[in-house]
Design a protein around this ligand. Structure first.
Ligand SMILES: Cc1ncc(COP(=O)(O)O)c(C=O)c1O
Length: 417
């Protein structure tokens, strides 16, 4: 670790929480260079929904590389890009009766968000974006302006503008928070300029696993239509099956104007992002938004192979069943010792929230000592967050949950002493 602590910038974070050097990974397990195995309930912050080195994706990738096929291509046409677009249409869009143009922005989530915000401003001729309390949309300036976390925001070093924050679902204990949004939009004296767009996560992956109800999302979609604001769903962390369906908003039956996807889209941890655009909103000039790494063909290849996993299987039902197991175990833990904790999240993004964030950090450390990788979520890191691969076996899920329960007991005992 010495070279890491001496040479890598102070900005590093995960290597501080998990102080070991990882050298191999397969499925839901990581191995460090001493040979110690860890169950991975972090999944690359949602970039590894299909686990590490999935054999079907790996075979497609190795086969592609063996052929000396094109690796880098900006947005030139390649066989890999064409195949991805064909399969995305066939497997994802058509069966859901969704009609979107696919934009490849730069390869990370924040690029997909920047593209969506820029396009919404261009289409509507308005500047403001509405975001929600505890949202997380990325680190570049436009995405940071619609992100809630004060520590991340302060890193910008310049004012973050052209965005107004509204209360997320159930932010206040009483009432529907969308009453407030409607009030503000209807009041020409509210001080909020007519917004170009509303950007929302269905479950807040970084902001504490708070989840918007289906009825809240439906009402939000209606308010957007009424006020000529584009609805952007940031499905970067909750998409690609993390909460069951391919798109996390499917259950609410809403159709966003713009959708941001990244993280598990390539399925292999390779960088790739898309911004999906309602066709009539695709008013970009050629090259008006670009980026050198838009066309990373190995990611197109693994993304195409990952779509095969959605055919002939019922991944949403599998996720639902595993989610029920997690919920049952978490509720059992609350009933038998983790007093004062509460459950958060949905699907395979669930966790326990504790009053004391120090206790949550302790849970993460105790889990690591016992061979389980988990991280925290929430403005104070108060939520212990469980995000196993969505294809995890029942045996690995049970094993990881048992370790988690032990880690919570140990942390609770530590806090009580
Ligand atoms: C919901 C959401 N949006 C955007 C991002 C930013 O993605 P990236 O880190 O790839 O830029 C993240 C990353 O955690 C995210 O969870």
């Amino acid at each position: 670790m010495t070279v890491v602590t001496e040479i890598e910038s102070e900005v590093r974070s995960y290597c501080r929480i998990w102080p070991t050097v990882f050298s191999a990974a397969q499925g839901s397990r990581l191995t460090d260079e001493s040979g110690r195995e860890y169950l991975d309930f972090f999944s690359g912050a949602g970039a590894l929904n299909y686990g590490h080195n999935h054999p079907h994706l790996k075979a497609a990738l190795l086969d592609y590389l063996e052929q000396d096929a094109v690796v880098h291509s900006l947005d030139m046409s390649t066989t890999a890009k064409r195949r991805f677009l064909e399969r995305f249409q066939e497997v994802v869009l058509e069966p859901r009766s969704l009609d979107y143009r696919v934009q490849f922005p730069g390869p990370t989530g924040t690029n997909a968000v920047e593209a969506a915000l820029k396009l919404a401003r261009k289409v509507t001729g308005r500047e403001q974006a509405i975001s929600f309390t505890n949202a997380f949309h990325g680190m570049t300036l436009g995405a940071l302006a619609v992100t809630g976390n004060s520590m991340k925001r302060s890193g910008a070093g310049v004012p973050l503008g052209h965005a107004s924050v509204m209360p997320y679902c159930e932010y206040m204990e009483d009432g529907d928070t969308l009453d407030y949004l409607e009030l503000i939009l209807a009041d020409s004296g509210s001080g909020v300029d007519e917004p170009a767009a509303v950007i929302v996560e269905t479950t807040q992956g970084e902001g504490g696993l708070k989840t918007a109800s289906d009825t809240w999302l439906q009402r939000l979609a209606g308010i957007c239509r009424e006020h000529g604001m584009l609805l952007i769903v940031d499905d970067i962390q909750m998409g690609c099956g993390r909460t069951g369906p391919f798109f996390s908003f499917e259950r609410a039956g809403i159709v966003p104007d713009l959708v941001c996807l990244s993280k598990s889209l390539s399925g292999y941890g390779l960088p790739m992002a898309v911004t999906l655009i309602r066709p009539d909103l695709d008013v970009w000039e050629p090259g008006e938004h670009n980026g050198t790494f838009r066309g990373f063909n190995p990611a197109f290849v693994t993304a195409t192979a990952a779509l095969d996993l959605w055919e002939g299987t019922d991944l949403p039902a599998e996720v639902d069943a595993k989610a029920e197991t997690i919920e049952r175990v978490l509720l059992g833990m609350i009933a038998t010792g983790a007093d004062g904790a509460d459950t958060r999240g949905r699907g395979l993004a669930q966790g326990l929230v504790f009053d004391d964030p120090e206790l949550t950090s302790r849970v993460v450390a105790e889990a690591f000592d016992r061979g389980l990788i988990i991280e925290t979520s929430g403005p104070l890191g108060e939520v212990a967050k469980l995000m196993p691969p969505i294809v995890i076996s029942d045996a690995d899920l049970e094993e990881g949950l048992a370790i988690f329960a032990d880690a919570v007991s140990a942390a609770v005992a530590w806090a009580g002493k």
